[in-house]
Ligand binder design. Sequence first.
Ligand SMILES: Nc1ncnc2c1ncn2[C@@H]1O[C@H](COP(=O)(O)OP(=O)(O)O)[C@@H](O)[C@H]1O
Ligand SMILES: [Mg+2]
Length: 159
Amino acid sequence: MKADSPIYNSEKTFISNSQEETLALGKKIASDLKQGSVVALYGTLGSGKTILAKGIALGLGITENLTSPTYTIINEYDLKNYPASLYHIDVYRLENEKDFEDIGGIEILNSNGICIIEWSERILKSLPADAVKVSFEITGDNSRVIKISYFLDNDLSID
Ligand SMILES: Nc1ncnc2c1ncn2[C@@H]1O[C@H](COP(=O)(O)OP(=O)(O)O)[C@@H](O)[C@H]1O
Ligand SMILES: [Mg+2]
């Protein structure tokens, strides 16, 4: 399903007051993900996208240290509980959907792995409508407003 007519049944708002709280939120999100899930992260530099991705990886049982894919664009990790990969993608250095297609982004989104995408606003048209959307707003040195919205078929158990 493409992003033309997304129907999100819910949006939840969290206030994070530390890096650790954002990490913990990532771990919780991980427990609701399954093979093929896409987590689309939105927000400016330093807003906490990579920290949340680290939390998700921890929650998925990945023990390797997750590093920012700012320069590599795509980092791949083995998922411990599935014969599939976690793809941690940062599209900051890409211009648009065409660039994303050129690096094989669509194949990755359609794979049976789990994808986390930083700077999703760059590739809106490539995102599946049932992606879990997470947006970050910097509200202070250590505080962030984090909003999570998701599609009917992909209900999150976190609250
Ligand atoms: N509540 C918070 N949640 C996440 N990061 C925070 C928070 N407060 C401060 N920070 C700091 O903000 C920075 C976020 O960095 P990072 O996750 O790499 O951002 P992004 O990937 O969005 O560019 C880190 O240096 C982190 O320590
Ligand atoms: Mg980052």
